[in-house]
Design a protein around this ligand. Structure first.
Ligand SMILES: Nc1nc2c(ncn2[C@@H]2O[C@H](COP(=O)(O)OP(=O)(O)OP(=O)(O)O)[C@@H](O)[C@H]2O)c(=O)[nH]1
Length: 201
């Protein structure tokens, strides 16, 4: 059984660091800007769930009409929206992303979207510009889960983020949705790269 998760947020907030931490338990420091879809298996309630994780760079354009954004929203069963606690603009973007995902879902007449908000770089608390309370409040207002983590320092808190999302998806009975096989992944990726060649999004 496959389920799809997309990781979104502005540049340099640690999307790749979180994804790589989950997959390898390691923090390697620099990740480049390669866009990837990874596969990973989770045990949830004694059942193995195969998850495709799309580590996706920020396109800057959140309009519902944007086909790439719409494609990501449509592809995913759950969303991890990342900001850096040292970067207020990245927090504001997460707030806009939540609205954009919700309106895209409405526009597509699709199911409710399980979303987890992640404040990353918790180890840099001396440079913090976004309070934990602001993250909690945003989550409360938008009916999302919230975690503050450090991909640099800790594997378990990162694992909690993904498990938290899986639980929400299970509650929404979305893990039973359509499978996306390898062909589907390749198709999504080639759509992304085809668009990249013609468009600087
Ligand atoms: N101190 C600290 N640095 C982090 C943490 N997570 C990521 N970084 C650093 O932040 C920078 C950006 O991390 P990436 O994982 O590449 O961020 P990204 O969001 O994937 O960036 P783009 O690919 O540009 O969209 C790198 O230098 C990482 O080492 C963290 O938890 N703490």
């Amino acid at each position: 059984m496959d389920t799809n998760i997309v990781v979104m947020g502005t540049e340099r907030v640690g999307k790749s660091a979180l994804t790589v931490r989950l997959l390898t338990r390691r923090f390697i420091g620099e990740y480049g800007d390669i866009e990837s879809i990874y596969s990973h298996s989770f045990m949830v309630d004694g059942r193995e769930i195969s998850v495709n994780i799309w580590d996706s760079p920020y396109s800057g354009d959140l309009s519902v009409e944007t086909s790439l954004f719409e494609k990501k929203v449509q592809w995913a069963d759950g969303y991890i929206l990342v900001y850096s606690i040292c970067d207020r603009a990245s927090f504001n973007t997460v707030s806009r992303l939540i609205q954009a995902i919700k309106s895209t879902k409405d526009y597509l007449n699709a199911d409710k979207a399980p979303i987890v908000i992640v404040g990353n770089k918790r180890d840099l608390h001396h440079r913090r510009t976004v309070l934990s309370e602001e993250g909690w409040l945003l989550a409360l207002k938008t009916d999302c889960h919230f975690y503050e983590v450090s991909a640099a320092e800790n594997y378990h808190s990162v694992l909690m983020v993904f498990h938290g999302l899986m639980d929400r998806m299970k509650d929404a009975k979305l893990t039973m949705k359509r499978p996306l096989g390898f062909k589907g992944i390749v198709k999504s990726m080639s759509a992304v790269f085809a668009r990249r060649r013609t468009d600087s999004f």
